[in-house]
Design a protein around this ligand. Structure first.
Ligand code: PMP
Length: 287
């Protein structure tokens, strides 16, 4: 049997998974989403992802479509039915279906869609050589902490980066500060200190970022949560990015200019190893 999706209470063939044309997600991007990595069939960092979903829903005053526990059952069931070992589970919640009108509908039931996707781990070449980043202007709204479906500025930045033959776009504010990537958090290493933008309305609080911060604190590596400029990034010893699908990837060039010696740095490699140990522990605990 082919891949299934979960759409508002039913498991349906992925190719026939549809929502109504007046779903507010479709018309207004009035909804939020999460992406949870799956390794060996185990959902990694599921609880913090659900915490963040609850936060995003709360900020937009969208009701949970089902209880947190039922959602967990649905996620597991779809992963099981699709036989997913390595990849991601994607879920989105919209305010629901209602006649098109900007203000919140009086009575509406929030809508839930869940899909899974197989994904390979980052290639050997990416880990050996690191990835290239292209700087792009950050033209987003001022509530980037909400994991909203509205991703146009992120899409445009990623496309521009792709056309510049880069793996990711790093978004730069009017004051020259790098906030984060189009779908990843941004980090640099300078004189042994690991630096990343502080948790605030300006960035999405990445779950990989959160886990890594906790792990770094235990290693004794100096950690500084502050903005850094593009100029600082270009002059950094190392740079890397984090996300649920990439985990941690070394960044070895920005706008065609090498970072450090142009090879993945030792601190990035150490942190990647520490992060992967944490993932392995979660897999072990789930079995
Ligand atoms: N920033 C943005 C803008 C993102 O879209 C993502 C990916 N969801 C991240 C950072 C990384 O977050 P996470 O580690 O939770 O995948």
């Amino acid at each position: 049997m082919g891949r299934l999706a979960y759409v508002n209470g039913r498991y349906v063939p992925h190719a026939q998974a549809m929502v109504h044309v007046e779903d507010r997600g479709y018309q207004f991007a009035d909804g939020v989403y999460e992406v949870v990595p799956v390794i060996d069939g185990v959902l990694i960092d599921e609880e913090p992802h659900l915490d963040r979903l609850g936060y995003s829903l709360g900020e937009l005053r969208i009701a949970w479509p089902v209880s947190r526990n039922v959602l967990k059952l649905i996620l597991r069931e779809l992963v099981r039915r699709n036989g997913l070992r390595r990849g991601i589970v994607y879920f989105q919640v919209t305010r629901g279906v209602a006649p098109r009108d900007h203000k919140f509908p009086a009575k509406v039931k929030s809508a839930l869609v869940v899909t899974t996707k197989r994904m390979n781990p980052p290639s050997e070449a990416m880990l050996r050589d690191g990835v290239a980043v292209s700087s792009q202007p950050d033209i987003r709204w001022t509530r980037r902490d909400i994991k909203s479906l509205s991703l146009l500025p992120n899409i445009l930045a990623k496309q521009a980066a792709t056309e510049a033959k880069a793996f990711e776009a790093w978004l730069v504010g009017p004051d020259g500060t790098v906030t984060e990537g189009s779908s990843t958090n941004a980090w640099i290493v300078k004189n042994g200190a690991v630096i990343t933008y502080p948790k605030s309305h300006d960035i999405l609080g990445g779950i990989t970022r959160l886990s890594l911060l906790e792990l770094v604190q235990k290693t004794g590596v100096t950690l500084v949560e502050r903005g850094f400029t593009l100029k600082e990034a270009l002059e950094a010893d190392e740079a890397f990015l984090t996300s649920s699908s990439a985990f941690l990837l070394p960044v070895t060039s920005i706008d065609g200019q090498n970072i450090g010696n142009g090879k993945p740095g030792p601190i990035s490699e150490k942190l990647r190893a520490i992060y992967l140990e944490n993932v392995a522990r979660q897999i072990g605990a789930a079995k």
